[in-house]
Design a binder for this molecule. Structure first.
Ligand SMILES: O=C(O)CCC(=O)C(=O)O
Ligand SMILES: [Fe+2]
Length: 281
């Protein structure tokens, strides 16, 4: 995971340069330590430890929120409410603070470029009433207006894989075409971006629920050709950090990169498929 301060991945873009600053850090699930608070103190100095404690508490609350959502998703998939609590029990999730300053030429920039979150789930707080988040629906960018006291919850690419696979096994064993249809179904990850404003600054807090680095994301054995090979979260992170996409095909590109041309378990390809620009975790 890449942590710390950045002027928002400006190297990833050739046009519409990103207009934001971010601070990212990890949060260890179920830890009895002060992982976040210690990170603030060790990287920014002891004076920042109290701020780190605030974020420590925020991350712990977000862990609970995301586990509650996962319990509902687990139930809806017939896996039971505890399934994902176990899967994510020893995870290290990522917390990101986004700051979008006012921009004199907003039409020439983007706060955050189009992307799907690679995480399993994202819980986003839009701070204040300045809207900027947009989601692609039916080929058009639609605003997701901030609601006081409400979070935006995004399905990430990693959950999409698990969802499709489990649903396939449980409901329609032996029917590959159904699994393909479900890839575009209820729990699909979504392409989103954030725009900036001429007069107003904007802030958002994103909590990315992620599996443990070496946790294998794997569908159950199903006897049909696999759409995605086994992979670890660390593999997927490495891929998304190097090859950014401004579309919904990150997983396909990743699967191809791992084992071209089908998911056969072969060694990763030397050159990835063409990728475009996007900001990811
Ligand atoms: O600032 C926002 O509303 C969105 C940020 C985002 O999508 C991200 O950090 O992944
Ligand atoms: Fe995002």
């Amino acid at each position: 995971m890449v942590t710390g301060y950045t002027t928002a991945h400006s190297d990833r873009f050739v046009a519409n340069l990103p207009w934001k600053e971010t601070l990212s850090f990890g949060h260890r699930h179920g830890g009895n330590d002060d992982f976040v608070a210690d990170y603030f103190a060790s990287t920014l100095g002891d004076a920042f430890k109290p701020l780190g404690e605030v974020y420590q508490a925020y991350c712990e609350a977000m862990e609970e929120v995301s586990m509650a959502i996962m319990a509902v998703l687990g139930e809806s998939l017939g896996l039971g409410s505890g399934y994902y609590r176990d899967f994510f029990a020893d995870s290290c999730s990522i917390m990101r603070c986004n700051y979008y300053p006012p921009c004199p030429e907003p039409e020439r920039t983007l706060g955050t470029g189009p992307h799907c979150d690679p995480s399993a789930l994202t819980v986003l707080l839009q701070d204040g009433d300045v809207h900027g988040l947009q989601v692609l629906v039916g080929g058009a960018w639609r605003p997701v207006r901030p609601e006081p006291g409400a979070f935006v919850v995004n399905i990430g690419d990693t959950f999409m894989v698990r969802h499709c696979s489990f649903t396939y096994l449980l409901r329609y064993p032996g029917k590959l075409e159904v699994r393909k249809a479900l890839t575009n179904g209820r729990y699909k990850s979504c392409l989103h971006r954030a725009v900036v404003r001429r007069e107003q600054e904007r802030r958002s807090l994103a909590f990315f629920l992620c599996p443990r680095d070496d946790r294998v994301v794997r569908p159950p054995a199903c006897g049909e050709r696999r759409l995605y090979p086994d992979f670890t979260w660390a593999d997927f992170m490495r891929f998304t950090q190097r090859h950014y996409r401004a579309d919904t095909r990150t997983l396909d590109a990743f699967a191809h990169w791992l084992s071209p041309p089908a998911c056969s378990g072969a060694a990763p390809a030397a050159s990835p498929p063409a990728a475009t620009q996007a900001a990811t975790v």
